[in-house]
Design a protein around this ligand. Sequence first.
Ligand code: ACO
Length: 428
Amino acid sequence: MSEKAELHFNGNVYELPIVTGTENEKAIDISKLRAQSGLITLDYGFKNTGSTSSAITFLDGEKGILRYRGYSIEELAENSNFLETSYLIIYGELPTKQEFDQFVKDITMHTMVHEEVKNILDGFPSKAHPMGVLSSLIGALTAFYPNALDPNRSADEVNISIIRILAKMPTIAAWTFKNEIGHPVNYPDNSLDYCSNFLKMMFSVPSDKYEPDPVISNALNKLLILHADHEQNCSTSTVRVVGSSHASLYSSVSAGISALWGPLHGGANQAVIEMLEAIKNDGGDTKKWMAKAKDKDDPFRLMGFGHRVYKNFDPRAKIIKKAADDVLAKLGVNDPILEIAKGLEEVALNDEYFIERKLYPNVDFYSGIIYRALGIPTQMFTVMFAMGRLPGWIAQWKEMRENNEPIGRPRQVYVGENHRAFVDIKNR
Ligand code: ACO
């Protein structure tokens, strides 16, 4: 017999089906609740609301588990590379050698962006934050590929949009940085792998041909894998909701980039470094800053701590902390910021306030430190996150379209004025 939950209200009993996921997660299906009872559910910030069923990413916040398509994040970070993981996330299976070679070839063929994109880039003031430029230029791709405007055209058209956006993202991302520092842009070098090509476009200048260091490319691969998907987070939900109106992949991802930018989400990696620098410049007194984080009258929060779903530890933070140690040692970087981060983590992990609220370092607490060691400027940290999250956004958008999900349109409880008569401006 299938399980049901009962809701008792006003003398009536409403039976609500229970949906069980493949990892035995249970949910009450309330999709018919309003039609049956006139009631809606209220859940600020969707803390307790499943918006879809998805076969892409599984995470268990209590146990600190994260898997893409069933493969653990630890194994993927150790053994895979970003494009292979992207294929897995988007198409559901690890590619065969032949599938992978074709995928890499397709992506490599599409790394150039239309020359007129440079005109749009030139219209931005230099010093513009790269995230705003990235979101605009990804949205602008619709102007160059009008066939992408209708995501219902054909599976082949959708697939070419997927290849294009994956291929052009590093080019556009590197160009947002060049715009910020006022340098000429570099074109892609298709003899290089995905990450090395990105690094070269970022750091090569006409007077000094940058040779990507394999240590840096490998670390970047790992960081991008760690960020590749994270089920229904703020930016991914944004991508799905925007895409649910049948907006194009480019427009949906552009909206996702904007959602990622905020400091409570992807923007936290930039905010962490700025916080650690402020602590260092203030004399390095971590206890003083901890007290500020705990003071309810002080808006300051310990950036890089806490997570909506991880209430034990963030498995990505564990991998990244070790990677930070390895990369800094290999590159011979001695960063005082890392010592402040470690000190702060130790104080927080032993503090009653943080223990009680289950606040642990999240992925962004250490990612900024590695990015710094790799030479990536602070303003670009969230762009790096966007590059990593791209396959997740694509896969979630594709899944939502293939499942033919209805338009996302939450309800509300209205708490404003009741009807009142209009008052002429002379009498107000
Ligand atoms: N520093 C101090 N106190 C915190 C912090 C923090 N970083 N995070 C949460 N708290 C406290 C809250 O004040 C609240 O305390 P209270 O119960 O006494 O009122 C309690 O912990 C619960 O916090 P909420 O804000 O209700 O938790 P929520 O799930 O809504 O927020 C979030 C999660 C946004 C990540 C939050 O922990 C935060 O702001 N962290 C700092 C920003 C950050 O690192 N964001 C990156 C997240 S990871 C990512 O997006 C990749």
